[in-house]
Design a binder for this molecule. Structure first.
Ligand SMILES: *Cc1c(COP(=O)(O)O)cnc(C)c1O
Length: 229
């Protein structure tokens, strides 16, 4: 089932990429495995999917040692600074840095580990009171501060737009995130100046996100099915 779903999603990625004149190979699929048992992750690995997204630190602690060698985890949940040590150690990217305090904590632990961690800045692009993320107006200032932290690589932006009824309603949010990244990119604030990462789009709307420039999509239910409560 998971193998089939992955196959289908890769086809949809290719369609959306072609529609917007992009190379499907430049789009990374993060399989969001939160609340699913590690057996499902192993099944996905057997189907060739090695990049996963997790929201809860205790699940990262439990699952990471059971992943195959190539298994990688992006942290995509709210991260408390007192859990930064574990994230720094076990995750390949933290997509949800939205305040300097968290950046400082991650940087400190990465320095101890002798490691450089890739991070994204989570932007609350729709000013949704129910969503975390730095406000659009504060993003440049946060990135300037994170830029000083030598063990972090600020690779781009991530967003979770407000809940909408149709995927099309997310388009403007995705577009606005891309425009913001382009604006900040010209200031040379991202690790890869030419192509900042844009993590946006989930099961219901990743095709729209790709059309608007997503380089990372985070897809859970469309791969693993309904999440256990
Ligand atoms: C759960 C989650 C996803 C995946 O959502 P689906 O609708 O299951 O694809 C993506 N991003 C974040 C931040 C999430 O918490």
């Amino acid at each position: 089932m998971i193998a089939n779903n992955l196959h289908h999603i890769h086809e949809e990625i290719a369609v959306a990429a072609r529609k917007s004149g992009r190379d499907p190979a430049e789009i990374k699929l993060v399989a969001v495995s939160k609340r699913f048992p590690v057996e499902k992750i192993i099944e996905a690995c057997e189907a060739g999917q090695f990049l996963f997204g997790e929201n809860y630190i205790q699940e990262v602690v439990q699952k990471k040692p059971q992943l195959p060698q190539d298994g990688r985890i992006h942290f995509i949940g709210n991260l408390q600074s007192n859990k930064a040590k574990i994230a720094a150690e076990l995750c390949d990217m933290v997509e949800t840095v939205d305040r300097v305090k968290l950046g400082l904590a991650l940087n400190k632990h990465c320095a101890t580990l002798g490691k450089t961690l890739e991070v994204l800045v989570q932007v609350n692009i729709g000013d949704d009171p129910h969503k975390s993320g730095v406000g659009r107006e504060q993003t440049a200032s946060l990135i300037h501060q994170l830029h000083e932290l030598s063990h972090l690589k600020v690779c781009g932006l991530m967003t979770i737009p407000p809940l909408t009824n149709t995927p099309e309603e997310s388009r403007l949010y995705f577009r606005n995130l891309r425009l913001l990244a382009e604006e900040l990119g010209t200031e040379g604030l991202f690790n890869n100046i030419d192509a900042p990462e844009l993590s946006m789009g989930m099961s219901g709307d990743f095709h729209v996100a790709i059309e608007e420039g997503a380089t990372i999509i985070r897809v859970g239910t469309a791969i693993f099915g309904q999440r256990p409560a």
